[in-house]
Design a protein around this ligand. Structure first.
Ligand SMILES: [Zn+2]
Ligand SMILES: [Zn+2]
Length: 170
């Protein structure tokens, strides 16, 4: 959603964002699909800028970093951030915005891009090492079996590969 800054009254604006599907733009080996997010925002004027606060909650389909199975992660948090509105008038110097500059602002052409705002906040809330559950046993490095489902056959007969080479010689 885009909120026109000029439409924000002095007392601020409450915006309830209905549930929407948001592409987080992260690789498929970490996240298997778009997030489904809803949020409540309050946008207030503060000095030369805007104070945007609110909360969101959404489901994200993450991939477990141990067993590689997809699982549902519930992302929810409160946030409050300040963004400065660029001074009116002719720009001091015309230049193309770099990607970096675009990333740090949620304002584009006088409008707040709530999708970008939510996307960045959700990305910050995601675990660095997603786990389907705390005690996920992961995959057997040898046969790839999901060890949470029980021990695989090769865990019983785990032989040091160097010993195996020696055995062949004998
Ligand atoms: Zn797992
Ligand atoms: Zn195994």
């Amino acid at each position: 959603m885009l909120i026109d800054v000029s439409q924000i009254p002095p007392e601020g604006l409450d915006v309830a964002l209905p549930e929407e599907v948001l592409d987080l733009g992260i690789p498929a080996d970490t996240c298997t699909g778009p997030a489904s997010v809803r949020a409540d925002l309050h946008v207030g004027r503060s000095g030369r800028g805007l104070l945007i606060s609110g909360s969101y909650s959404g489901g994200v389909a993450l991939v477990c970093s141990r067993c590689l199975e997809p699982f549902h992660f519930q992302a929810e948090d409160h946030f409050a951030l300040y963004c400065e509105i660029a001074a009116q008038g002719p720009p001091e110097e015309e230049h193309e915005l770099t990607v970096d500059e675009l990333d740090v602002t949620y304002l584009e052409q006088g409008r707040i891009n709530t999708d970008r705002l939510l996307r960045e906040n959700i990305l910050l809330s995601l675990p660095v090492q997603p786990l389907c559950r705390e005690d996920c046993q992961g995959l057997c490095p040898r046969c790839g079996a999901d060890l949470s489902q029980g021990a695989c056959t090769c865990t019983e007969a785990r032989v040091d590969p160097r010993l195996q080479a020696l055995r062949k010689l004998l």
